[in-house]
Design a binder for this molecule. Structure first.
Ligand SMILES: [Zn+2]
Length: 372
């Protein structure tokens, strides 16, 4: 970006840029000089700082700010009105819309698949992958296999819009939402705020300290972002069979439980489904995603969305997928976005085919209790 600064303001602008760590270069120091070339300053800083907030079209060659992601959803709805519906499922702490795209042929026999991303603000690739899947499903709906068209697709590319916006403007490494504690914005780790075994098991599993990266919030579902997910899942009337929460950056496909090392009742099914996904990813790109229960391949965590979706909402195939990349962590090079999107799309398709082939789709948790 090149800007012309009034002479009396140069010190002020220079200070402002320095304070914000925005690099700049004075191209012409005095436009009143003999050259007649305007005074210009250049700021070739971190890519996300100068991106136009009006950029609309996603091409999966870059990461995009919130308004571009939302424009993309609305463009899909306009282009494919018979299958695509955008709705606002809630408002964030700072009042931003949490938007969801539903893709469905409205057949009453459909089962539901849920995919969410950017629960953790800095995990941008999760939003890229969901928009890519949305684009693929919406554009090719008539040509897709029956396993894809007999689903109601519930896609939330940005669960945490405040945090996502914040990572695009001020702090690339922000993780939590933007909840206040007292006068300070400390944020809640939304993936510790869900109501299943919330806050149990001590500080290893989630923290009661608002300044901690894994702060769980004041009570289960204290945050509007997690409440929005809970309400849609429980009250939409759709029988969800698959719940996928996309994160970054460990390249794993993890399933419940997160709060205990005990295997969940559907351990074998979940392991097989995860393996089908991992195999498809490997065949697509050669990338190896580890599969296992969350505790075994990650760590202990309480109040996660997949423990809740499996344990309370009883969605039998609940997974947390950690996308690329182990090497670059949250700063995935944009050249890798498209590869990550295509591999995960293959994985998701393999998972839904696997789930469709399974005769018994019901979550086995609490099944004993229900039979009594
Ligand atoms: Zn995450």
């Amino acid at each position: 970006m090149e800007v012309l600064v009034e002479g009396t303001r140069t010190m002020q602008v220079e200070k402002l840029l320095r304070e914000r760590d925005i690099r700049f270069e004075v191209l012409v120091s005095d436009t009143n000089g003999a050259t007649g070339v305007p005074r210009r300053a250049r700021s070739p800083i971190l890519g996300f700082r100068q991106r136009s907030p009006l950029k609309r079209y996603l091409d999966w060659k870059d990461f995009y700010p919130l308004n571009s992601v939302y424009s993309f959803l609305e463009d899909l709805e306009t282009s494919f009105p018979s299958t695509c519906t955008v709705s606002v499922i809630g408002k964030s702490v700072e009042g931003r819309d949490i938007k969801m795209l539903k893709i469905s042929n409205s057949d009453a026999n459909n089962t539901g698949i849920w995919i969410d991303g950017a629960t953790h603000a800095r995990e941008w690739i999760s939003t890229s992958v969901i928009t890519y899947i949305a684009d693929h499903i919406a554009r090719n709906f008539d040509k897709l296999s029956e396993s894809c068209t007999t689903k109601d697709w519930y896609l939330v590319p940005v669960v945490n819009p405040d945090g996502y916006h914040y990572t695009h403007t001020l702090d690339r490494m922000w993780r939590k939402n933007r909840a206040r504690f007292g006068s300070a914005v400390t944020g809640v780790d939304l993936n510790r705020n869900f109501g299943y075994y919330w806050g149990r098991g001590g500080s290893e599993n989630s923290s009661g300290d608002p300044n901690h990266l894994n702060y769980r919030g004041t009570e289960p579902f204290s945050e509007p972002e997690t409440t929005a997910i809970k309400d849609i899942i429980l009250y939409s009337g759709t029988p969800f069979k698959i719940f996928l929460s996309l994160h970054a950056c460990s390249e794993v496909i993890a399933f419940p439980w997160c709060h205990t090392a005990e295997p969940c009742p559907d351990y074998v099914n979940l392991l097989e489904g995860g393996t089908a996904m991992a195999k498809a990813i490997y065949e697509c790109s050669g990338r190896t995603y580890k599969v296992g229960n969350f505790k075994d391949i990650m760590y202990f965590a309480c109040g996660t969305s997949i423990d809740w979706s499996y344990g309370t909402a009883r969605i039998p195939f609940s997974y947390l997928v950690e996308l690329r990349s182990k090497q670059d962590r949250f700063l995935l090079p944009k050249e890798e976005i498209i590869d990550c999107c295509t591999e995960v799309l293959s994985g998701v398709k393999a998972l839904i085919e696997f789930v469709d082939k399974k005769k018994c789709l019901n979550c086995a948790v609490n099944a004993k209790k229900l039979r009594q």
